[in-house]
Design a protein around this ligand. Structure first.
Ligand SMILES: C[S@@+](CC[C@H](N)C(=O)[O-])C[C@H]1O[C@@H](n2cnc3c(N)ncnc32)[C@H](O)[C@@H]1O
Length: 328
C-alpha cells in the first residue's frame, strides 16, 4: 500500500498481525524459548525506548559511531554525494544528517533518500522531519521487514545514479552470522555491481564495557525488552504479568555476542492468543543477540556476500567501526 502525506511517500509493507502471532507462538513453543525476530521489539513504544537507550552513558555505541561520522564526514559524505541511498533500520535517521550536513558544507548534492524500517509511525515521523529540515531532499519511506524478500520502489531501483546502502547502529549484529550473510547478499543485489554499503559495526571488547551497554543502571534496556511482553499482551490478548519477569544481558565471549533474555521469576502459565505457555522458575526467553566482530571477521563475513572493503574508519579507542564496502 502506498500513502502520500503532505511531504512524504510511504510504502507500507508492515507485517500483518497474523505474522506477529504466528512468529511469537512459534518462538515461545521452542526449547529454549526465543523471540524469532528482533524486529518485534520495535513497536512505537519500543522505538521510543530504543531512542532513550541511545543517549545513556553506558550505551557508547551511538555517540561513538556519530563521532566517527563527524570526524570523517567530509570523506564519507563524498561516497554518497548525488547518488541514491537506502537506509536500513533507519529509526530516527539521526546519523545520516551528519553526512547530509557534510555534503551541504561542501556544496555537494544530497542523494535521493529511502528510509526503511519496521516501526511505521517512527519511520514516518523521522522521514517527514528529515524532509522538512532538508527541503531539497527527495525522501521516501518504506515500512518493511528487511529480513523478508524485498523489492525497492522504481525511484530507487531504476536509478542510474550510484547506489549505496546505509546500515548504521551495528544493527547487523542482531542477525545470526548466516542470516547476516543472506541479508548482505540481498543488499548487494539491491545496489548492484559497483554499488556501496556504509555499515556501522560494534567491535569486540571487554565485557565490563559491553554488558552495562545492554543492561544499564536506570533499567532502560530492561524496559525495552519487557515492552515486548506488554506488546504481546496488547496485540495478542495475552496475560504476561511483567512483575513476574526480569531482564538479563550477558556477554558470551566464545560466541562473540551479547545475549539478551527475559527470565521467569516463578513457575507460571501465560495465555498467549488462546494458547497456554508454561514457564519454569528461572527459564529464559531469548529476545536478541548482538554479535560483535573484529574488523577482519566482519570483512570475511561481508566477503561471503560479494562485498569488498574500500575503507574502514574507527574511533581513537577502536570501540566501533564504519566500513565502506563495494560489490565486486
Ligand atoms: C538498533 S536500532 C538502530 C536504529 C538506527 N539505525 C541507529 O543507528 O540508531 C534498529 C533499527 O532497525 C529497525 N529494525 C529492526 N529489525 C528490523 C527488520 N527486520 N526490518 C526492518 N527494520 C528493522 C528497528 O525498528 C530500529 O529502528
Amino acid at each position: 500500500m502506498i500513502s502520500v502525506t503532505a511531504s512524504l511517500q510511504l510504502f507500507d509493507f508492515h507485517p500483518a498481525l497474523e505474522d506477529f502471532r504466528a512468529s511469537v507462538l512459534q518462538g515461545l513453543k521452542q526449547t529454549p524459548k526465543r523471540v524469532s525476530s528482533a524486529a518485534w521489539l520495535y513497536d512505537q513504544r519500543g522505538a521510543e525506548l530504543f531512542d532513550a537507550i541511545t543517549v545513556l552513558d553506558e550505551y557508547y555505541l551511538t555517540r561513538t559511531e556519530m563521532s566517527i561520522f563527524r570526524q570523517y564526514g567530509a570523506e564519507i559524505g563524498d561516497r554518497i554525494a548525488g547518488g541514491a541511498l537506502v537506509e536500513f533500520g533507519s529509526g530516527s535517521s539521526k546519523k545520516i544528517r551528519i553526512l547530509f550536513d557534510a555534503l551541504k558544507d561542501k556544496g555537494k548534492a544530497l542523494p535521493v533518500y529511502v528510509g526503511l524500517d519496521i516501526s511505521k509511525e517512527h519511520l514516518q515521523a523521522s522521514c517527514e522531519q528529515l524532509q522538512g529540515d532538508y527541503p531539497e531532499l527527495e525522501a521516501i519511506a518504506i515500512c518493511a521487514d528487511y529480513t523478508q524478500p524485498l523489492e525497492l520502489p522504481d525511484v530507487f531501483r531504476l536509478q542510474t545514479r550510484p547506489k549505496t546502502a546505509f546500515f548504521p547502529g551495528s544493527t547487523i549484529g542482531n542477525l545470526e552470522p548466516d542470516r547476516a550473510v543472506d541479508f548482505l547478499s540481498t543488499v548487494a543485489s539491491l545496489v548492484g555491481q559497483g554499488g556501496g554499503l556504509l555499515i556501522g559495526v560494534d567491535l569486540k571488547k571487554d565485557k565490563s564495557i559491553l554488558e552495562p551497554a545492554y543492561d544499564d543502571a536506570q533499567g532502560t534496556s530492561a524496559a525495552f525488552a519487557l515492552n515486548l511482553l506488554a506488546r504481546i499482551n496488547r496485540e495478542l490478548e495475552a496475560d504476561f504479568n511483567l512483575d513476574q519477569f526480569r531482564y538479563e544481558a550477558i556477554y558470551n565471549e566464545t560466541a562473540g555476542r551479547i545475549e539478551m533474555y527475559i527470565v521467569s521469576l516463578i513457575d507460571q502459565v501465560v495465555m498467549v492468543a488462546g494458547e497456554a505457555i508454561a514457564f519454569a522458575a528461572g527459564e529464559r526467553l531469548l529476545t536478541e543477540h548482538s554479535y560483535k566482530y573484529t574488523p577482519a571477521e566482519f570483512r570475511g563475513l561481508a566477503g561471503q556476500a560479494s562485498w569488498e572493503a574500500r575503507s574502514i574508519w574507527t574511533d581513537a579507542e577502536a570501540q566501533f567501526m564504519v566500513m565502506d564496502l563495494v560489490v565486486v
